[in-house]
Structure formats: structure tokens, C-alpha cells
Design a protein around this ligand. Structure first.
Ligand code: BDR
Ligand code: CA
Length: 313
């Protein structure tokens, strides 16, 4: 029996794709109950399509994929084609998906699943803007105490921002949703840029994916190679950060990460710092901790895990 039942809420995105593949490659630890797509890196019609493509790449046409919200709660959608390509999944040439999109709305799926499964048994794994999760919480507050935990990629403290000087993309796109999720009281584990900027796809790590010689290994190498072009230039580092797989890696090997339980508040007013995650890392306020905010990663261990698991697909 897998230890954790999860819903992946996502806006694929190459790094989202790798996060999904890691989860699907780890059935001993993780059971994926469903995937809900959200607008983020690219519009919803593409993120739901990309999620299905990734399931098909993994040979898992049995995974149910749902389309959720097509725009943030209170703002116009900001996308990131400049990072991920026009489709969101540039790099490999993957066939158009043939597995169907589920008819049910992604938010309804989240609500129904949390109500149906035993309380405290389902983990939510958001890899994009938090619109679907916040909408589910608003529509059905009774689900909040039933959530086992929320493990998300988003925010930053020491690394501050990537889409603006002050904010990380997922939180910036829908800060109102982020404020709802961070204020909900559900157990929260956050993988911010402080961690993901240490998870760099160096040439050697990319070669290891390609050397698997499988369709999955080659596609992952092509995906990471694609967004590296943009990120390496931006950061001047030896490789691009692989953000979202930190979430699914934590479910499998939490000891690869370390962090602190701190208070995190979301900026929702100032245009200048919109979506900033104000993390009380140094404990300078009396605000109660609401998140386990990660700060460090064993990057070699993380890439070893990824390569070993992707080889299973
Ligand atoms: C996050 O933004 C997206 O572009 C990535 O998929 C990741 O979830 C990093 O800021
Ligand atoms: Ca993402």
C-alpha cells in the first residue's frame, strides 16, 4: 500500500512534468488520485493537455486529469511562455494526447475527493498558482480539516523573486489564492526558490537523464535542456533550477530537505511587491508559524533519486 494519496494540482510546464513523472514512478510511496490542471505557465487549455501528454508519456492513461480554474481569483492571468515555450512543454516532440479530459471540474474533484477519502489521508501537491486549491477551500471550507497536508512549490525568502524582483511566479500569479491557502490552517510544506535554486540541472545531471535511453529519460533531458537556455542566461549559473519535482521528492525522501517552521504572509496589496512571501525566517515577529518553509536540499541526492525513479518508467 502506498503511504500517501495525493492530488497533483499543476500548470505543466517542463518542471511540473518531471514532478508528475517522479510521482508516477514511485507507486510504493505515492498513489496519484488525480491531476487537476490550472492556468499558470500557459493557459488552461494547454496545461490540461500537457498533463495528459505527460501521463501518456509515463504509460499511465488510467490517471484522471481534470481542468480547473482558467484564471486567478482577482487578477488577470500572467503566463510564462518566455520560459516554457508557447505550448508550455517545448523540448521533446510528444504526440497529442488521446486519453480523455474528465468532465468534472477540477475544483469539484478536489472537494469530492477530500470528502470521500478518510479525513487526514489526502495530500495536496500544488505545483502552480493556488487558484484551484483556494477556490475549493472557499466553496467547501469543511474540506480544510480533512487535508493531510499541502506540499507546494512557491515563494521565496532569501532568493526573493523570479517573475518580479520581489515575488516568485506561482504566488505572484494568484496572490489572493495564496493568501487563502497560507491562512487556512492546513499543514503546509513550502518549497521556495531558496531550495529550488540549489536544484540545478547541470550538464552531467542532464546527461544522466538522457543516458537512461528510454522515451521518458530522453524526453526529460530534452525538456530540461529547453528551459535551461532561458534560465542559464538569466541566472548565470551552471544549470537551470528544477523547481516542482522538489515537491514530489519530499514525499519520497523528506530527509533530502531541511527547513524551519515559520510564519509566512502573502503580499496582496502592493503592485511593487505583489505576491511576495514574507517569511519570518529569523523569528522577529510573534506571528504563529503556519508553514514548514524549506531552505536547503541535498541536490546530489535529489538528482540521484530522480534518475533512479525515472528509469522505472
Ligand atoms: C514555478 O513557476 C513555474 O514556471 C514553474 O513551473 C514552477 O512551478 C517556479 O517559480
Ligand atoms: Ca509549475
Amino acid at each position: 500500500m502506498p503511504e500517501q494519496k495525493i492530488i497533483i494540482d499543476t500548470d505543466p510546464g517542463q518542471d511540473d512534468a518531471v514532478a508528475i513523472l517522479l510521482a508516477l514512478a514511485s507507486p510504493d510511496e505515492i498513489e496519484v488520485l488525480g491531476i487537476t490542471a490550472v492556468a499558470g505557465n500557459v493557459p488552461l487549455t494547454l496545461t490540461e493537455r500537457n498533463a495528459r501528454m505527460v501521463c501518456e508519456l509515463a504509460g499511465r492513461t488510467d490517471i484522471r486529469v481534470f481542468a480547473g480554474c482558467d484564471r486567478p481569483l482577482g487578477r488577470a492571468l500572467v503566463t510564462a511562455e518566455h520560459v516554457h515555450g508557447k505550448s508550455g512543454l517545448y523540448g521533446p516532440t510528444l504526440p497529442e494526447p488521446t486519453m480523455p479530459l474528465q468532465e468534472q471540474h477540477g475544483v469539484d474533484f478536489i472537494v469530492d475527493t477530500l470528502r470521500r477519502e478518510p479525513a487526514g489521508s489526502v495530500t495536496l501537491c500544488p505545483l502552480g498558482p493556488l487558484t484551484n486549491i483556494a477556490t475549493a477551500m472557499q466553496q467547501a471550507p469543511d474540506i480544510i480539516p480533512r487535508i493531510r497536508q499541502i506540499v507546494l512549490m512557491g515563494g521565496a525568502y532569501f532568493q526573493v523573486g523570479n517573475i518580479t524582483p520581489a515575488a516568485e511566479f506561482n504566488i505572484h500569479v494568484d496572490p489572493q489564492a495564496a493568501a487563502i491557502v497560507f491562512g487556512a490552517g492546513a499543514p503546509l510544506v513550502v518549497m521556495p526558490l531558496d531550495v529550488t535554486h540549489k536544484a540545478l540541472v547541470t550538464a552531467a545531471r542532464n546527461d544522466a537523464f538522457r543516458a537512461l535511453g528510454t522515451p521518458v529519460g530522453i524526453a526529460v533531458a530534452q525538456m530540461t535542456e529547453f528551459f535551461e537556455r532561458f534560465d542559464k542566461e538569466k541566472y548565470g549559473s551552471e544549470g537551470a533550477p528544477l523547481h516542482d519535482p522538489c515537491v514530489t521528492a519530499w514525499l519520497i525522501r523528506p530527509e533530502l530537505f531541511s527547513g524551519r517552521r515559520v510564519n509566512v504572509e502573502i503580499e496582496t496589496e502592493s503592485e511593487l511587491t505583489m505576491g511576495m512571501t514574507v517569511a519570518d525566517w529569523w523569528g522577529v515577529t510573534k506571528r504563529a508559524p503556519n508553514a514548514l518553509f524549506m531552505g536547503d536540499i541535498d541536490a546530489d541526492g535529489f538528482f540521484a533519486l530522480l534518475t533512479e525513479r525515472l528509469a522505472r518508467l
